[in-house]
Design a protein around this ligand. Structure first.
Ligand code: PHE
Length: 345
């Protein structure tokens, strides 16, 4: 009996068909009432008592296996014939939907800024994010005890390996401008976009990582009027022709005179709202005439040349342009936020 079961098990394993009719024939031959397997079950009554357990299990296993195998063959043949029916695809079906990516709002605005300055002859320069003290501070006239050098504002990098030199994450891209002045001769017209780092608490208005575009123009007879006109041109191109500007005196160690520039609030048009704190104006950048000492620090003759510089935060003007009220949204990669900029470029 055991040998017989094994023999049929082998046959079941070798079941092969290429039509549903043949599958049905196999089912009848092996599993129907008078088929091979049920007839083995009727022989079971003659099996000796001590063998019953083993033979019984083997028989059940055989029956299940045969049933599974037949079901499998049936399914395979059925799905194959379904596939054949679909051989000619429906050419009028719409294509699969693929969603397009879009630029990050900060990239959109960075590109727009670069583009506007490129139209009036500014090239792009970039520099390292990890800077030494000279390029981030000393060359820019920051006195030794200036609070911006303090641990509160600057992320210092462990400099034990680099000897006495202080290494930090750059706090502004003015450091790139120092490098440009050191490495090229006037006339210089350059904008430096990039990531900067300051040790600030993260809130809706501030982040410890943000982006800047700073600009530099050094040539014969560059004046404050050139500075004003250049920035006025930028603002009109970027925010629109109706935008007005105003300059307020300010202080930076590396420019003299220095100013901060405000634009008329694009949310309320100057009438006063929450964004501009009812003043009608919002500050967007710092600027000034490059301090002659800074030119000298970078081996540019300050008797022959003058220059202006400016710097703005990309997050800030992106928030103003797109009316975004929380700066943290730029860093969270929430698709619902990012998708809103698909149309901008
Ligand atoms: N570097 C200044 C800042 O990060 C901005 C600035 C650049 C101001 C150039 C004046 C001239 O705040």
């Amino acid at each position: 009996m055991k040998n017989k079961i094994d023999e049929i098990l082998r046959q079941v394993d070798e079941f092969k068909t290429d039509s549903l009719e043949q599958v049905e024939e196999l089912r009848i031959k092996y599993l129907s009432k008078k088929g091979i397997i049920p007839s083995l079950f009727s022989d079971f009554k003659d099996v000796a008592a001590e063998e019953r357990k083993e033979i019984g299990m083997a028989l059940n296993e055989l029956k299940n296996k045969a049933q599974d195998r037949i079901n499998l063959l049936k399914e395979e043949l059925q799905s194959l014939s379904a596939g054949q029916d679909k051989k000619i695809p429906d050419l009028s079906m719409p294509a699969d939907f693929t969603s397009l990516g879009s630029r990050h709002p900060l990239s959109i605005v960075r590109r727009q800024i670069i583009d506007i300055f490129a139209r009036i002859g500014f090239t792009v320069s970039e520099g390292p994010e990890i800077e030494n003290d000279w390029h981030n501070f000393s060359a820019l006239n920051f006195p030794e005890e200036h609070p911006a050098r303090d641990m509160q504002d600057t992320f210092f990098v462990d400099d034990s390996a680099s000897g006495t030199e202080k290494i930090a994450l750059r706090t502004h891209t003015s450091s790139v401008q120092v490098r440009v002045m050191e490495n090229s001769k006037p006339p210089i017209r350059s904008v430096s976009p990039g990531r900067v780092f300051r040790n600030e608490a993260i809130s809706a208005r501030a982040h410890c990582i943000f982006h800047q575009v700073e600009g530099l123009y050094v040539d014969h007879n560059v004046s404050f009027a050139d500075l004003k006109q250049t920035l006025y041109y930028f603002v009109q191109e970027f925010f629109g022709k109706d935008t007005k500007v105003r300059f307020r005196p300010s202080y930076f160690p590396f420019t003299e005179p220095s100013a901060e520039m405000d634009v008329t609030c694009m949310i309320c048009g100057g009438a006063g709202c929450k964004i501009c704190k009812n003043s009608g104006w919002v500050e967007i950048l710092g600027c000034g005439m490059v301090d002659p000492q800074v030119l000298e620090n970078c081996h540019i003759d300050s008797n022959e040349y003058t220059g202006f510089a400016f710097g703005m935060g990309i997050e800030r003007i992106t928030m103003l342009k797109f009316q975004i009220d929380d700066l943290r949204l730029f860093f969270e990669n929430d698709m619902r936020f990012l998708k809103q900029f698909e149309a901008a470029h």
